[in-house]
Design a protein around this ligand. Structure first.
Ligand code: PMP
Length: 455
């Protein structure tokens, strides 16, 4: 990322940096904005990494955290229950599909996914199905950075170095139906992609397959990819047919970002296990959760207990923050606003795609929105890698005062997309400001890379 107005002298850092360049110091944040140390203000158009769903610096959340700090900030879960964790679990269960009434708190998305994988396995052992251990997932996908979560992640650059350290799990293709050039209808494509799961289960051996994990709405690995509507019930049907658990990774799509509390709610999905994080603590505290039904939890507890847990899990301060975040979502109709703002922003992005024909697809739900770059609308061929479009668009936008999030990946091949995912409190005026910056960014990108522009 380029860094204008960067003060020259800063001591050498002892932190790890992914980039060659030092990033600006964040000095203040409020609402959809974040300021660096020079006082420069940028729109946090990706809510960090789709985390700060209720916006920065919310006073009510900060006050609730301070009240909790005055009581107790840590009570070890094997010594004490704590009120915020109890209350948050109760309130969260109210937002889950029926029967999903047990909440296991963790501190992030990878931990939530690990917990789902381990509970699934312990359940299978407890009910006499110890031959089941394979977890089928999709390519591309992202499920986290720990070794178990990586084993089900379909993202070569992230998994390759670690392959000897983990047992990579079977993958099926993510449903990139929008790229298909065949004579099938969207419905037929939905079934085609879902049926890849059944083929994989049969190929792997039905007795060995434990679970299938998917992001109901793809995150950064695919750029807000959704499947044709009939994909979701068909996946449930196939999992039921073979006694396989369906795990929904809602780390990015959950906690309201898409206009419903869970991404899967758009299709009335009934997964067996749900991983949540990001918007749950909304950046105020590290927080994640696995949600499970009692029918899976009870056999594990009866067989001796869940052999899994993290020291910081169920932290009272993190849970108090999570409760206050949930209050914001419920009391200020943030789901409604994510839908309204998302519809408006989506229309604006579609308008930009008219003007800039190198945008080949605009997709997503609510405020989990993405646009994909292409070289050709007919073939949907990607832009050449050398253009580095996914990085340039982020850099130009930043220079113009907007943070967006981008990746060079799509549907198992190369391609550039960027995500626009501002906080759910965004107003129509702030959307206009965001879109104005995006428009001038795309104009500059087009000029720089020699891409076509419609007048
Ligand atoms: N699953 C999904 C879908 C994610 O988007 C992420 C984070 N980008 C994770 C899991 C991992 O979460 P964390 O980085 O909090 O461990």
């Amino acid at each position: 990322m380029s860094m204008p107005n960067q003060p020259a002298a800063r001591p050498a850092s002892h932190l790890f940096y992914q980039s060659r360049l030092r990033r600006p110091l964040a000095s203040r944040a409020e609402g959809i904005y974040i300021w660096d140390e020079t006082g420069r203000k940028v729109i946090d158009g990706s809510s960090g990494a789709m985390v700060v769903n209720i916006g920065h610096g919310n006073r009510r959340v900060l006050e609730a955290m301070k009240r909790q700090m005055d009581k107790v900030t840590f009570a070890y879960r094997l010594h004490f229950e704590n009120e915020p964790a109890e209350e948050l679990a109760r309130r969260l269960a109210g937002h889950m599909p029926e029967g999903m009434d047990r909440v296991f708190f963790v501190s992030g998305g990878s931990e939530a996914v690990e917990s789902c994988l381990k509970l699934a396995r312990q359940w299978a052992v407890a009910v006499g199905q110890a031959s089941r251990y394979k977890v089928i997932s999709r390519f591309p996908s992202y499920h986290g950075s720990t070794l178990g979560a990586l084993a089900v992640t379909g993202y070569d650059a992230l998994t390759a170095p670690f392959l000897p350290m983990m047992q990579a799990m079977p993958k099926i293709k993510a449903p990139t139906a929008y790229l298909d050039r065949d004579n099938l209808s969207m419905e037929e494509r939905g079934l085609k992609y879902a049926d890849m799961l059944e083929e994989k289960i049969l190929a792997e051996g039905t007795e060995s397959v434990l679970a299938f994990i998917m992001e109901p709405i793809g995150g950064a690995s695919t750029g807000a990819l959704t499947a044709p509507d009939n994909y979701y019930p068909r996946i449930r049907e196939i999992c039921d047919r073979y006694g396989i658990l369906l795990i929904h990774d809602e780390v990015m799509s959950g906690a309201g970002r898409t206009g419903k509390y869970l991404g899967g709610d758009h299709w009335n999905c009934r997964p067996d296990l749900i991983a949540l994080s990001k918007g749950l603590g909304a950046g105020y505290c590290p927080l994640g959760a696995m949600i499970a039904p009692s029918r899976l939890v009870r056999p594990v507890l009866d067989a001796g207990g869940f052999a899994h847990g993290y020291t910081y899990a169920g932290n009272p301060l993190a849970c108090a923050a999570g409760l206050a975040v949930l209050d914001e979502i419920e009391n200020h109709d943030l789901l409604g606003n994510a839908t309204r703002a998302g519809n408006l922003l989506r229309r604006e992005l579609e308008g930009l795609a008219e003007r800039f024909p190198f945008i080949g697809d605009v997709r997503g739900k609510g405020l989990l929105l993405a646009a994909e770059f292409i070289a050709d609308r007919e073939t949907m061929a990607p832009l050449p890698k050398e253009m580095n479009a996914y990085q340039r668009v982020v850099d130009i936008a930043y220079e113009r005062g907007l943070i967006i999030y981008s990746r060079r990946t799509r549907g198992g091949t190369e391609g550039d997309h960027f995500l626009v995912c501002p906080p759910m409190i965004i107003t129509p005026e702030e959307i206009a400001e965001t879109v104005g910056i995006l428009e001038s960014t795309l104009a500059e990108l087009a000029a720089e890379l020699g891409l076509p522009v419609n007048r």
